[in-house]
Write a protein that binds this ligand. Structure first.
Ligand SMILES: Nc1nc2c(c(=O)[nH]1)N[C@H]1C(S)=C(S)[C@@H](COP(=O)(O)O)O[C@H]1N2
Ligand SMILES: [Mo]
Length: 210
């Protein structure tokens, strides 16, 4: 359980000194201001929701032709994909070559059929976490509703049973314990975006704060 305050956290992050070492970027894969780690730190605001698979539901609503609510069996019947990606956190760690498996966002969209007016997607997680993105970024071919990490079921701390994974952006743009996607015509800021994080979050242009 987090005992810190989001406003203080954003203030501390703004003042944080980069820990980057000279040999941190042998392959040109570490964005500016990031350092290389081989650990996978856990970063959660609030309680970690524990959801068992029998109770787990995944909803798609808003500007879609076909709103859906899936249980675990229905979700796992959707086509899946494996990716290897690098992840970058706004707290400045980057980890390379992580292996994930999940249902591509495009498959969820195929099922729900976004209306023409749907221009933005809000990710919702159990516990109330939200984060927002333009719909076209969700259609990138590495964006997954991920259920496996490193060949094993995604650990609860990292968002299991499923989390969103948007590898090209800072990791706060990937909601853990994902339980819904809301399609919207207008943009709306999510949890950290409201506390001063950037609305977009591209690590290569250091879109850390708004
Ligand atoms: N539901 C939920 N998702 C979340 C968060 C959270 O607090 N709750 N934190 C975000 C932030 S700020 C980060 S950096 C990443 C951390 O993911 P990790 O714990 O797997 O490293 O999850 C993101 N997704
Ligand atoms: Mo974060």
């Amino acid at each position: 359980m987090a005992n810190w305050n989001p406003i203080e956290r954003v203030a501390n992050l703004r003042n944080a000194k980069p820990k980057r070492k000279a040999d941190d970027d042998p392959f040109g894969r570490i964005p500016p201001g990031q350092y290389l780690t081989t650990k996978f730190p856990v970063l959660t605001y609030g309680e970690t929701p524990i959801v068992n698979l029998e109770d787990w539901r995944f909803r798609v609503w808003g500007l879609v032709e076909n709103p859906v609510e899936l249980n675990w069996q229905e979700f796992r019947a959707l086509p899946t994909k494996e990716i290897i990606c690098d992840l970058h956190c706004v707290t400045r760690w980057s980890q390379l070559g992580m292996r994930w498996e999940g249902v591509p966002f495009s498959e969820i969209a195929k099922l729900a059929q976004p209306k023409r007016e749907a221009k933005f997607v809000m990710q919702h997680g159990y516990g109330g976490y939200t984060t927002n993105l333009p719909i076209e970024e969700m259609y990138e071919d590495d964006v997954l509703v991920a259920f496996n990490y490193d060949g094993k079921p995604l650990p609860t701390d990292h968002g299991g049973p499923v989390r969103m994974l948007v590898p090209k952006l800072y990791l706060w743009k990937s909601a853990k314990w994902l339980n819904g996607l809301e399609f919207m015509s207008k943009d709306k800021r999510g949890f950290w975006e409201n506390y001063g994080y950037h609305n977009h979050g591209d690590p290569w242009s250091e879109e850390r704060f708004g």
